[in-house]
Design a protein around this ligand. Sequence first.
Ligand code: ADP
Ligand code: MG
Length: 419
Amino acid sequence: MKTIDDFAVAGQRVLVRDDLNVPLDDGQVTDDGRIRAALPTLTALKDRGARVIVCAHLGRPAGQPDPKYSLAPVAARLGELLGRPVPLAADVTGPSAQAAVASLRPGGVVMLENLRFDARETSKDDTQRGLFADELAALAGLYVSDGFGVVHRKQASVYDVARRLPHAAGYLVRAEVAALRRLTAGIRRPYVVVLGGAKVEDKFGAIGDLIGVADRILCGGAMAFPFLAAQGHKVGTSLLAAGQVDLARAALDLAARAGTAIILPSDVVVAGERAANAPHEVTAADAIPPDRMGLDIGPRTARLFAAILGEASTVFWNGPMGVFELAPYADGTRAVASALASSKAFTVIGGGDTGAAIRALGFPDSAFGYISTGGGASLEFIQGKTLPGLAVLDEPCIQTSQVPTQTDPEEVRHEEQPQ
Ligand code: ADP
Ligand code: MG
């Protein structure tokens, strides 16, 4: 996998795919973690005199322009962090984008509007995606993949455009791959995986591949209920979707044969509703009352999980142990975070909400081995799956419009000096 260090980028138009899908509240970026994660690559490119074109998506617009999902707040925040304004094109690959790119000077940075304003970005039709990728590729001479959170998606700006331009990984993608590789080969044992959160369906997709690789899988959050139900316990009004109990039963069978222990909560914090001020109590996991929902692992479970994590040499954690956003249900997540923070194990945290949880609970990023910016992408990576956006970086491009070579320094006029 080549990185941006392998290319002479001075004067080149470089299209960078970032993952800038940040939470917004009233038009303000509430957590700029993903924007910050994009900075090392963008700063290096601009300092080396590249003409930088940033592309990204935000939210789920319906394949057409929608002001609600404009990248304007993101471009503004990126400009603040880079110390110079980042102009935002009014369209993705249209006249405004082309004009913005044409006026780019070496060391300058512009942003294209939300990629998902064009339905072809996420189309299942290769031809449609290809046509959009052609338009994106026409804007630049080099493609840089740095949006790790999207590399598991076969989308035009992630996959197809890399086939059309010389390409390189950015520093974020390189760092993510280096950290996550340590969870796929030469793993130091015991290897403990902690799964929680609410996107239970996604996590069931991973669990089958982790069984047999991990020594122990600790299940908290809403991930625990299908398993408790599979063991014949009632889970009250806890989050539980149809079909999940069968998946859990199959996972338990597989784990028993593979020698991987799936460890479930023995107690849970329950309440009548998901609210901070609802009366709540701790019950045994096999005695959740019919009108109560489990919103956190209980204290006995938290102690057990912390003890197991204290003996691990490698840990991957994806998914909070409870509804950490509400103070009464944050203790389980806090217990896992503090066990990892004080452990000597190589610890990797994946998942947008899990990263947000440790920050909200006041843990410094430096307390953990690596905090992945990708939820689905990191989970698929450690399952050993082929991620289209990474695989394509190891392939040559099919249509080379313009191969970057050593640029004549005379050609590069630093009209805009990088700051
Ligand atoms: P990540 O983004 O880290 O992969 P998810 O998106 O799967 O995590 O889940 C995060 C959400 O899970 C949080 O908003 C949290 O409130 C919720 N959650 C955790 N435990 C429970 C639970 N027992 N019941 C309902 N929601 C839960
Ligand atoms: Mg999430």
